[in-house]
Design a protein around this ligand. Sequence first.
Ligand SMILES: Cc1cc2nc3c(=O)[nH]c(=O)nc-3n(C[C@H](O)[C@H](O)[C@H](O)COP(=O)(O)OP(=O)(O)OC[C@H]3O[C@@H](n4cnc5c(N)ncnc54)[C@H](O)[C@@H]3O)c2cc1C
Length: 455
Amino acid sequence: MVSRTGRTLFVMVARGYSGARGNGSARGYSSARGNGSSRGNDTIHHKLVVAGGGTGGCSVSARACRALGPGTVAVIEPSEKHYYQSMWTMVGGGIKQMQQSEMVTAEILPKPCKLYKTRVAEFQPDKNTVVLANGQKLSYDYLVIALGIQINPGKVEGLVEAFKNDPTVCCNYMKDTVVKTYPAIQNFRGGNAIFTLPNTPIKCGGAPQKIMYLADEYWRNHGVRDKTKIMFNTSLGVIFGVKKYAERLLKIIDRKHIEVNFRRNLTSVNHLKKLAVFEHLDTGDKETYNYDFMHVVPPMSAPDVLKCSTSQITDEAGWLDVNKYTMQHNKYPNIFGLGDCTSVPTSKTAAAVASQNKILLNSLCQVMKGKVPDGKYDGYTACPLITGYHSCIMAEFDFDGNPLETFPIDQGKERRTMFYVKKDVMPQLYWRLFVNGKWGGPKPFRKAMHLWMCR
Ligand SMILES: Cc1cc2nc3c(=O)[nH]c(=O)nc-3n(C[C@H](O)[C@H](O)[C@H](O)COP(=O)(O)OP(=O)(O)OC[C@H]3O[C@@H](n4cnc5c(N)ncnc54)[C@H](O)[C@@H]3O)c2cc1C
């Protein structure tokens, strides 16, 4: 990857850097142009452009349409379908069907939005412009970036071929591979079952192990568990980032007789020989495992369009550089961002996006009025840690890993009720409220349930 200094130099040379930023400041920033108006040079102008129409993009554009009125918002999203990815653990476990996790993008976006069904090819923040994959340019007064995280299976040697050709290698993180998981679990007849977690940030950090607990229970119920060795080969040095939930998970792992190999990172797969090679991240040693079933979570990164940008839109690692409390960009005051593509230091989940989209809209409206955003996102995120076909630990926590639980019960305990909240309540919440920009996270309920004696 090009270094930050290299990128900055490149931008300065390419633009004949004068020291002044072409961008307006947050205060007094205004546009004299209407929505969808042409700039005469094939550039189309919108008051607000939203890049990405996934969980973050959908929820923000719905809120923005209501706040700013019809004809103000354009969304750029290439995917024909919108996916409720949080359901994919259950799809992989055979509890839900793939079709229940998808809807047509054009139907889920608010009607007054203008949809550009293509990708952003380049951000030009100094010109308040984005370039689309078809070469068209859109200019904006305000920009929201919600591109999600990029999944990079090609970074593990042999993995793309294994996903394509080996029915025993599956992955809940991608639409084409999640549908392989349940058949692979059903067809497994015993041997080595390996579950991996890569050496990069990922979305939903709990998902690599949730599917393992479902598979364990399925194999127990179908008489193959006693012929099976389950291994969790994780790049991390802990089972989960929050102490309270980590302690409970280790007990479950013990109870289920699962072997955990910490600090192991998958480097190559040979599906013809059914071999997986892991690097021990502390010693650098290579370890080769035979597998009969493998659920692989590939390495992930910020999307290339951000990571490879020559502008100052990202941090060193390529994530969109936003203020973690307000979602406003740290350098460009008319740019905002949310979700998995950002530098916000919390666990990358839809639950986090729920809280962020409300804060973001407030910040955006404040900036439009010439005010300084005063939002205070607390890092709220959640991970329903499914531990079986009827049990779930409902992990909810903040920036510092402090539990921020909604219900006035110990959510670190495996509970049947929480399983049904995840399975039946959350999908309703997502499709009816969240994507329509009417769900800003559970904070009001948490406060009420704790009689206003909590954060
Ligand atoms: C298996 C799995 C289990 C999960 N479980 C949970 C859970 O239990 N709870 C939870 O809260 N979260 C969970 N998540 C995480 C959750 O789905 C994500 O954190 C959430 O979707 C992030 O929203 P986002 O808008 O940032 O990204 P996304 O929803 O991924 O949307 C990004 C959008 O940007 C679009 N895009 C990408 N590149 C471009 C481009 N160049 N131009 C234009 N558009 C582009 C994509 O097509 C996509 O639609 C899970 C995820 C997975 C995969």
